[in-house]
Write a protein that binds this ligand. Structure first.
Ligand code: 4AD
Ligand code: MG
Length: 478
C-alpha cells in the first residue's frame, strides 16, 4: 500500500512527538536549503520538514521547488525554531512530482482575487481558497446533517426538465437538434417533437415543483443540487450555475417555514464555527486587512467571527413587505434622495433597498413576508387581501437575498386561476396539479442559495470566489 501517511491536520491537533511517520504534500517554500514548508491541504498550517544539511544529495535538494510534491518519512520532534511546536526531521525524501518554480503561476507573494480567478485550477493551493473550500465542504455536510436529524428525505430532483418552475423564462435550453438546420413544423417554428425528449427541455431553475411531489408523500423532503439561470446579470451575487437547498414541508404554514429557515441558517453557521475555527480565524484576519484599505464609514462594524456569533445568537427581524416599504419611505436615505431606484408599494426591492433595511436600519438578518403577488411566482399562496401572497425572503447583511420561499397555494381553483392569469399551461403541469386533486395539504418551502450562504460565512464579497469553477456570462473556463 502506498498511502500510509499522516495528515498534517492530525499532527497539528495532537501536538505529540512521534517516530517514523510519513507525510505527503506540496512544497510551499524552501528556506536555506534545509527547511521545507509542506502543505497537504488538510489545513492551512504547514509542517516544517527539516532536510538536515549533508544528509541528502544535491540533485535531490535542487528538485525541492515551490509546489513540487513530496513524500517525507521521518521523526516528529519538538522544534528548535520559532513558529512551530513540532517539526519533521526527514530521514527519507522522495520527489513524487517536480514543479518548475519559474513557470509556476503562484509565486510566493500576494495575488489579487481577480488574477486567482484566471488560474482557478490552482487557486485551491492558496491559504485563502484552502480556507474557503474547506468551509464550503463543512457547510454542505452540515446541510445534510441538519435535515437528516429532522427526518427529511433527500430527494434528487431532475436537472433536465420541461417546466419553468419560477416562470421567469431564464432557462438554458437542452437540445440535440442541429443548430444549423433544425426541423420545422408547418408554421416554420422549430419542431421540438423531433428533439431528444420529444419536447422542448431546459436545465432546471429550481427543484421545487418536484420537491412538492415528494413532500406530499414523505411529509418532509429537501433537495440539494445545482440549478441554472440564464439571467444576464454580471454581478458579484449571481451565477449562471449555482447550488440550492430546497426543503419542502407538508402540514406547514408560512410561520413554520420561517422558523425552519432561521434555525437551519443558524445551525450550519454553528457547525462551521465548531469545525472550521482555524480557517474562519484566517478569513477573519484577511477581511480585517482588506478593510483597512477602506474609508472608515465603509468598514464593517463587526469582524467575521463576531458577525457569525451575532447572527447565530439573535433572532432575525420579521416584517411584512408593506412595513418594509414604509421604513424605506420614511428613511433619511429616501429623504436625501440616496436611492437610485424608485420606492413605492409594488416595487421589486432593489439591492440598495434590501441593504438599507438590513445593514442600516435593523443591522441584522431580516425576513420580509407577504409580497405583492405581481412580483412573485404563480405557486405562492394568495392572501385574503387579494393583493399579496404568503411569500418570505430572508435578507442577510452584506449579501441581500439569501433565501426565497413561500407557503404554497394548495387550493386547486385558486392555483389554476392564477396560472391562467400568468399564462402558465395547466396541461403541461398536470402532474403538479394532481397533488392538489388527491389529498391536498397546506405546505411550504424555501430555497437557500448555497453560494450566497458560503459568501456570508467566509466574508468573501464576490460569488465567483466561493464556487470552485464559476459559470457567469461569457465565462465557462475549466
Ligand atoms: O428566490 P429564488 O428564485 O426561489 C426559488 O427558486 C424557489 N423555487 C425556492 C423555493 O421556494 N423552493 O431562489 C432561491 C435562492 C435565492 O434567495 C438566492 O439565494 C439564490 O437562490 N439564487 C441565486 N444564487 C446565485 N446566483 C443566482 N443567479 C441566483 N438566483 C437565486
Ligand atoms: Mg427570490
Amino acid at each position: 500500500m502506498f498511502n500510509k501517511r499522516t495528515k498534517i491536520r492530525e499532527i497539528i491537533s495532537k501536538q505529540e512527538s512521534q517516530t517514523g511517520i510519513t507525510v505527503m504534500g506540496w512544497v510551499r517554500s524552501f528556506r536555506n536549503n534545509q527547511f521545507i514548508a509542506l502543505n497537504d491541504g488538510s489545513t492551512n498550517t504547514n509542517i516544517q520538514v527539516v532536510a538536515t544539511l549533508g544528509n541528502f544529495p544535491d540533485e535531490l535538494i535542487k528538485r525541492i521547488t515551490t509546489s513540487a510534491s513530496l513524500r517525507v518519512y521521518g521523526d516528529l520532534v519538538p522544534s528548535l525554531g520559532k513558529g512551530q511546536a513540532l517539526e519533521l526531521v526527514a530521514t527519507e525524501i522522495e520527489i513524487l512530482g517536480d514543479s518548475d518554480a519559474e513557470k509556476y503561476p503562484l509565486q510566493p507573494k500576494k495575488h489579487s482575487l481577480e488574477f486567482l480567478r484566471e488560474i482557478a485550477h490552482l487557486r485551491f493551493r492558496t491559504n485563502t481558497f484552502g480556507a474557503i473550500f474547506r468551509i464550503r465542504h463543512s457547510l454542505a455536510f452540515a446541510v445534510h446533517k441538519f435535515y437528516n436529524e429532522r427526518g427529511f428525505v433527500y430527494l434528487h430532483t431532475p436537472i433536465i426538465t420541461a417546466s419553468d418552475a419560477e416562470g421567469a423564462g431564464e432557462m438554458f435550453r437542452v437540445s440535440t437538434l442541429p443548430l444549423e438546420n433544425p426541423p420545422r413544423d408547418e408554421d416554420g417554428k422549430i419542431d421540438f417533437k423531433e428533439d431528444f425528449f420529444g419536447k422542448a427541455t431546459n436545465l432546471t431553475v429550481s427543484g421545487q415543483l418536484e420537491g412538492e411531489l415528494g413532500a406530499t408523500a414523505f411529509g418532509e423532503i429537501y433537495t440539494f443540487g445545482p440549478t441554472f439561470r440564464a439571467e444576464n446579470s454580471n454581478t458579484a451575487r449571481h451565477l449562471a450555475e449555482f447550488w440550492m437547498i430546497e426543503p419542502e414541508m407538508a402540514f406547514c404554514d408560512l410561520e413554520d417555514n420561517m422558523n425552519l429557515a432561521e434555525s437551519f441558517i443558524k445551525y450550519i453557521i454553528n457547525y462551521a464555527m465548531e469545525h472550521n475555527m482555524e480557517d474562519l480565524l484566517f478569513l477573519d484576519q484577511r477581511l480585517a486587512e482588506e478593510e483597512k484599505q477602506l474609508p472608515t464609514e465603509k468598514r464593517s462594524e463587526m469582524g467575521l467571527i463576531d458577525k457569525l456569533k451575532f447572527v447565530s445568537e439573535n433572532n432575525f427581524e420579521r416584517i411584512t413587505y408593506t412595513e418594509a416599504i414604509d421604513i424605506l419611505f420614511n428613511s433619511p436615505a429616501y429623504k436625501k434622495k440616496k436611492f437610485q431606484y424608485e420606492v413605492k408599494w409594488g416595487i421589486d426591492m432593489q439591492s440598495e433597498h434590501e441593504r438599507y433595511l438590513v445593514e442600516k436600519h435593523f443591522k441584522k438578518p431580516v425576513i420580509v413576508t407577504n409580497y405583492p403577488k405581481d412580483i412573485k411566482a404563480f405557486y405562492m399562496r394568495q392572501n385574503d387581501d387579494g393583493k399579496t401572497v404568503a411569500a418570505m425572503d430572508i435578507l442577510a447583511p452584506g449579501i441581500g437575498e439569501i433565501v426565497g420561499g413561500s407557503q404554497r397555494e394548495e387550493r386547486l381553483d385558486r392555483l389554476t386561476q392564477r396560472m391562467h392569469e400568468m399564462h402558465i399551461s395547466e396541461e403541461e403541469l398536470w402532474w403538479y396539479l394532481d397533488t392538489r386533486r388527491y389529498g391536498t395539504v397546506p405546505h411550504a418551502g424555501f430555497g437557500l442559495g448555497f453560494e450566497r450562504m458560503v459568501l456570508f460565512v467566509t466574508g468573501m464579497t464576490n460569488i465567483r470566489d466561493v464556487i470552485a469553477f464559476p459559470r457567469t456570462p461569457k465565462s465557462a473556463e475549466f
